[in-house]
Design a protein around this ligand. Structure first.
Ligand SMILES: Nc1ncnc2c1ncn2[C@@H]1O[C@H](COP(=O)(O)OP(=O)(O)OP(=O)(O)O)[C@@H](O)[C@H]1O
Ligand SMILES: [Mg+2]
Length: 602
């Protein structure tokens, strides 16, 4: 978050990015027209008010016109009704627009971000995306709602009042214009300083909350390493620093209002004094002076509002710019213009043709190196290899989260880089290495595999995954909330939920990344049974960490440093491949004891 800020700050003075709001406002032309209409009517009434006041002063108080007094005041009352009603209407329509536009922007940003590729999420912190979705859109909300309303009203008031001032009395207007710079300059300078300070405060707050969210997300680790005091101190420091900036800002704000009030009222009183001389000398009427003073106040108030809002407008422009940068990013993994079609009925064949790949964040390391493998439909393949060999990476490539640096991957005979990512992923089911359970209930978590599945189908999948029993035992069965990230389940239970999800999706090709964490014997047996059910009648690739899995496989692929070392069945490999036999010994631990059994099993 912090790294993108400075460059945007440099451009902060430009409000041009706000033009990018136009396409979002465009669909609501009707409301825009209503808002502008209400604005014009209420502004006109407001600007006419001083003239009415002038008439009251000049004619209303003379004895011969006594009959008119009621009329004048009635007109004044009408004006204030118009101002009140249309002012409220303007405010309503503009705020409605603001809320609508921001809701649309949020929608669009989320829809866009969720389609971004793995590379994007590798370099972008989720916290930053979240802050764009919430903080930046809120900034825009304030400007496109209340802010815009104030800016529009004040601009019209400012310009209108200036014209009417000139119309009322040119000489007084001249004096006012002469002293104007002396009033405005200090106000603007202080205002700038103030804005800078409030940005600083916000940065400090953002630092502190960024730090807090990072720590809270990993609170278990913090507590396990008893780093609570240290982390609290760090947070405390960030808070203290934000407090200091805030106090400084408050001081400048106090100074600002002192100077602004003194200058504005001082100059008004001065003009009033000059005007009073004029009235005494019979050059102008009392009503004229009253009218003039009212217009000068309008000018002062609207000028003050505009300078106040200017900072807001700039911040909103910065936010809009950041958002539109986000919106213009296109994922590198996307459907080509004319995506290749997969055969209607999936066969489930996979072919790696000398695939090489390095992660964008580590271009010097070949995570997959000239990998070639043909997998026949229905085959059960096991990937075996040390940690970091590239097994999970091969799954990422199959799911087209990344494109291979060179070589091709074919599924059902189609090069997946030429197909739409959704079409590829529809054919694949994955039970990932780290099980993801959402903060929803059990049924919803399983139904994630196929949103339109009926309750019976969800239960059938759970049964097949050996998950039905433990789900039934939860306090509300399938309706039980599983806690954030499935915090209320054991590792093995989470896995079985993930397997049920894959069973429900019923994909032609199944990718299984077995977790290295060892399950207890009972859980292991249950998960194994679920997996065997899943592997029936479909192509499966399993990253094997369990002996039972490799025994099961039609072919075992031994992988190291992204390369294939050997391919064969367990019995062959254990004879001829030293790495494999060593791994079996180390990873599956008790393999030795089971060896006699194994031989008969294979
Ligand atoms: N997102 C990533 N960015 C950069 N490098 C990565 C990324 N993910 C994995 N790697 C690197 O790629 C290599 C292969 O990692 P991979 O996750 O495929 O290993 P693995 O065989 O699944 O290991 P394990 O058995 O521990 O799960 C490793 O050297 C790893 O450090
Ligand atoms: Mg892995």
């Amino acid at each position: 978050m912090t790294d993108t800020k400075p460059e945007h700050r440099e451009k902060g003075s430009s409000v041009r990015p706000l033009r990018m709001l136009l396409p979002f406002v465009a669909p609501y032309k009707g409301t825009v027209v209503l808002a502008i209409g209400a604005l014009l009517i209420s502004s006109a009434a407001l600007l006419a008010m001083p003239m009415a006041v002038r008439n009251v002063i000049d004619h209303g108080f003379s004895v011969e016109n006594a009959a008119n007094v009621d009329r004048y005041f009635f007109v004044l009352l009408l004006f204030s009704l118009v101002i009140g009603f249309f002012g409220a209407a303007r405010s309503y329509f503009v705020n409605w627009l603001g809320e609508r536009v921001v809701a649309d922007i949020r929608d669009q940003v989320f829809q866009h971000v969720i389609k971004m590729d793995a590379e994007f999420f590798e370099v972008t912190k989720t916290g930053e995306v979240l802050s764009r979705l919430t903080t930046d859109t809120t900034l825009i909300q304030s400007i496109s709602g209340v802010g815009l309303s104030i800016v529009l009203r004040s601009s019209i008031q400012f310009v209108g009042s200036l014209f009417l001032l000139a119309y009322t009395n040119l000489k007084l207007m001249g004096i006012l214009l002469l002293i104007f710079p002396f009033v405005v300059t200090p106000v603007i300078l202080l205002g700038r300083w103030l804005r800078q300070l409030s940005r600083e405060t916000q940065d400090r707050v953002a630092d502190a909350s960024g730090h807090a969210s990072e720590v809270l997300n990993a609170v278990e680790v913090v507590q396990a390493f008893t780093a609570e005091v240290l982390e609290s101190e760090r947070f405390g420091k960030a808070i203290a620093s934000s407090f200091r900036t805030a106090v400084k800002r408050t001081k400048v704000r106090a100074l600002f209002s002192t100077v602004a009030t003194t200058c504005v009222f001082g100059s008004l009183i001065f003009v009033l004094w000059v005007g009073a001389q004029g009235v005494l000398a019979g050059e102008i009427t009392g009503g004229e002076l009253g009218q003039f003073v009212l217009y000068s106040m309008f000018v002062a108030v609207s000028a003050g509002m505009l300078t106040e809002m200017w900072g807001e407008v700039q911040r909103a422009a910065g936010a809009m710019e950041r958002l539109s940068v986000l919106l213009t990013l296109t994922p590198t993994i996307r459907a080509p213009a004319d995506p290749a079609e997969f055969p209607e009925q999936s066969v489930g064949s996979i072919c790696f043709e000398s695939v090489s790949f390095s992660y964008p964040s580590r271009p010097d390391l070949l995570a997959v190196d000239e990998f070639s493998l043909d997998i026949a439909p229905g085959e059960n393949i096991a990937f075996v290899g040390p940690s970091g060999a590239g097994k999970s990476t091969l799954f990422q490539l199959l799911l087209r989260f990344f494109n291979p640096t060179s070589g091709r991957i074919l599924i059902d005979g189609v090069d997946i880089t030429l197909a739409a990512p959704e079409d590829v992923r529809k054919r694949l089911g994955i039970v990932p290495q780290e099980t993801i359970v959402f903060g929803a209930n059990a049924a919803e978590n399983i139904r994630f595999g196929r949103p339109d599945a009926a309750d019976e189908q969800v239960m059938a999948a759970a049964r097949a995954a050996s998950a039905h029993e433990f789900i039934e035992q939860l306090e509300n069965g399938y309706d039980t909330f599983l806690g954030e990230k499935g915090a209320r389940l054991s590792g093995g239970q989470k896995q079985r939920i993930a397997i049920a999800r894959a069973i429900l999706k019923d994909p032609p090709i199944l990718l299984l990344d077995e977790a290295t964490s060892s399950l207890d014997a009972e859980n292991e047996r249950l998960v194994q049974a679920a997996l065997e059910f899943l592997q029936k009648d479909r192509t499966t690739i399993v990253v094997a960490h369990r002996l039972a899995t490799v025994l099961h496989a039609d072919r075992i692929v031994v992988i190291d440093q992204g390369q294939i070392l050997d391919v064969g069945r367990h019995a062959e490999l254990i004879e001829r491949n030293s790495m494999y036999s060593r791994m079996v010994r180390l990873q599956f631990g008790n393999a030795h004891n089971e060896e006699p059994q194994l031989k008969s099993a294979v």
